[in-house]
Design a protein around this ligand. Structure first.
Ligand SMILES: C[S@@+](CC[C@H](N)C(=O)[O-])C[C@H]1O[C@@H](n2cnc3c(N)ncnc32)[C@H](O)[C@@H]1O
Length: 264
């Protein structure tokens, strides 16, 4: 009886395994920052940090690295402390977690702010998203950058389920509702287990699908100096290869994920 079931599984563990790529995102931010500013970054703020997995990866990368994680949800932060930070010992002292709305926090300044897994799509209103971008700009040191991920393509706007198999469970991405007029987008994550038990609506999102051009315009309007889109390359068979490079004209993939980096 050591297989996972809905009753025994931990939803945060399942999420980290099936959704997050914090290690590759840390490598990406490090590379982009060094290419732009010619120095190694040390101070990261992870917005919407959830279990603070990226903070953990960041402080483990270099002894001089420090991270701040911000999230509204105290119980998720607590899970992150117990499962991601306590196990790394002394390095955890270089992580501070703040339970607050990202819109309220501007201190202390950092060199990088990261908002991943589309959490910034929780801001439906242009004025509020602009407030977030301006507050991020004010929270960055003079040579700093904000990194956002974004997805799109025709398949993003279709009501559908997508399943992926992992060791011991199935991840189910449920694109439940999309309103083409407001771009309001309701999605859920479910998990299914070998005994057919199911963890329904383990995570639920009420997002607005923002597009790259409108996001870029708003970042520039908010005061960022330059906004660069990093688009994923493809291998010989045309499959995404995990290598994100600056790009002005993306290919017409049915579904894509890209990074938007706004430089101060
Ligand atoms: C999709 S999870 C992101 C977790 C993780 N950072 C990742 O990349 O997968 C979204 C998290 O954002 C938090 N959140 C939503 N709105 C927020 C806000 N305005 N300020 C701070 N945290 C927020 C939620 O509590 C939740 O833990």
């Amino acid at each position: 009886m050591n297989y996972l079931t809905a009753g025994r599984a931990d939803k945060h563990k399942l999420y980290e395994t099936s959704v997050q790529s914090a290690d590759t995102e840390v490598e990406f931010m490090d590379r982009v920052f060094v290419e732009r500013f010619g120095r190694t970054p040390q101070y990261l703020r992870e917005d919407f940090c959830g279990t603070a997995l990226m903070c953990k990866e960041w402080v483990e990368k270099r002894e001089s690295n420090h991270a701040i994680g911000i999230d509204l949800d105290e119980s998720t932060l607590q899970w992150g402390k117990e499962n991601n930070l306590n196990p790394i010992g002394a390095a955890a002292q270089r992580v501070s977690l703040i339970c607050d709305n990202v819109l309220n926090v501007t201190d202390p300044s950092t060199e990088i702010i990261a908002a991943t897994n589309f959490s910034w799509w929780g801001f439906h209103d242009r004025k509020v998203l602009k407030q977030y971008f301006m507050s991020s700009l004010n929270s960055l040191v003079d040579q700093g950058m904000l990194m956002l991920d974004i997805f799109g393509g025709p398949e993003a706007q279709v009501v559908q389920f997508e399943e992926r198999e992992y060791d011991g469970f199935t991840y189910i991405w449920d694109q439940d509702k999309f309103n083409p007029i407001t771009h309001s987008y309701k999605c859920n994550i479910h998990f299914r287990f070998p005994d057919d038990s199911k963890m329904e609506n383990a995570f639920q999102y009420d997002w607005r699908i923002w597009t790259i051009p409108e996001t870029r315009d708003l970042l520039l309007e908010s005061g960022f100096k330059e906004v660069v889109i990093y688009w994923e390359g493809t291998d010989q068979d045309g499959n995404p290869n995990g290598n994100f490079q600056p790009c002005g004209a993306g290919d017409l993939a049915p579904a894509w994920v890209a990074y938007i980096v706004a430089f101060k």
